[in-house]
Design a protein. Structure first.
Length: 291
């Protein structure tokens, strides 16, 4: 029997309608909308598309987004000075610096310059530490979106075997930690993992965040397992493929995300949720999460 399709697009739409209502309530209570500053340095075409999509999503729910598009010649000092200004701007509750940055700018210094209370990507070391310690804080958007999808579909996590393929700081590592906090038994795989197929075969949940089209085959999936495909791999004909061979895996899995229309729309939705969460925390005054 073919798997249930985990429709990220539909869930994202429903969540965005809720966020829109909550944004309106925040605005009525505080007199200002939640504000997101999006900083783009240079002209990377993919980054321009991501930034535009984020801006549109903000507009649709009533979040005030302000774009700072800087030339690729911008110095690190200039970028840090902009971040400092945004950190102190009371109308701005979230700051997102689109990665990658040009090679002459130290990404780490930039991420660390963002105030943790405004770090809506959840990449600041203070927020990473809060995630590891299971304390309240801003969580990275892609893993948060994956958990929202799994919870919405009622996929059980406690006591299950979860295999995450890919150990990046933005997807694999934070997701592994979130699944651990939900009492899954987590295996985190990478390019040096021996016999990846065998590791995947024992999983009740497989998450692929690798960036290699159709690496995960249908016969790597345990019958009935949930499969989350984070991969976005542009093909020569312009189409998108995930990291999972969908046509094969859909025959075996219990539930599976499509590409596109699975994890992608949830990622932007979580950015909106994080901006709202940051705005609420900042409006409530200093707390554990905003110090
Ligand atoms: P990275 O390139 O940062 O990390 C890729 C990971 O995959 C690394 O840990 C690497 O291992 C591992 N890997 C590479 N080849 C293999 C292999 N043959 N077997 C097992 N593991 C392997 O990727 P990201 O996490 O940034 O992104 C992963 C994918 O997800 C990309 O396609 C990206 O476009 C997509 N993405 C989608 C998002 C969405 O919203 N839908 C958001 C973010 C990313 P090692 O560490 O050993 O090198």
């Amino acid at each position: 029997m073919a798997a249930t399709i985990l429709d990220g697009k539909a869930l994202a739409q429903a969540r965005r309608a809720q966020i829109q209502e909550e944004v309106a309530r925040f605005r009525a209570e505080t007199g200002i909308p939640p504000g997101l500053a999006v900083v783009l340095v240079g002209d990377d075409p993919a980054s321009r598309i991501y930034v535009r999509n984020k801006e549109r999503a903000c507009q649709a729910v009533g979040i005030a987004s302000e774009q700072h598009h800087l030339p690729s010649s911008t110095s690190q000092a200039q970028l840090l000075s902009l971040i400092d200004r945004l950190n102190r701007d009371p109308r701005i509750h979230g700051i997102l610096v689109q990665l990658p940055l040009p090679p002459h700018i130290d990404e780490r210094a930039v991420i660390e310059a963002i105030h943790p209370a405004k770090d809506v990507d959840g990449f600041h070391p203070a927020n990473v530490a809060r995630l590891v310690l299971n304390q309240e804080g801003l969580r990275p958007c892609t893993p948060a979106g994956i958990l929202a999808l799994l919870d919405h579909a009622g996929v059980p996590l406690a006591g299950t075997e979860a295999v995450v393929v890919g150990r990046s700081n933005i997807v694999g590592k934070p997701l592994a930690m979130m699944l651990l906090h939900r009492d899954a038994t987590v295996t985190l795989c990478h390019s040096r993992t021996r016999d990846l197929a065998a590791v995947c075969r024992r999983a009740d949940l497989v998450v692929a965040a690798v960036g290699r089209a159709e690496l995960i085959r249908g016969d790597w999936i345990k019958p009935g397992a949930a499969v989350i495909d984070v991969g976005i791999n542009r093909q020569p004909d312009g189409s998108l493929k995930g990291d999972v061979a969908f046509d094969e895996a859909v025959q075996v899995a219990g539930a599976i995300t499509p590409v596109p229309g699975g994890v992608g729309p949830m990622t932007i939705t979580m950015l909106l949720e994080n901006t709202l969460q940051a705005a609420r925390q900042l409006a409530a005054g200093p707390s554990e999460a905003t110090r």
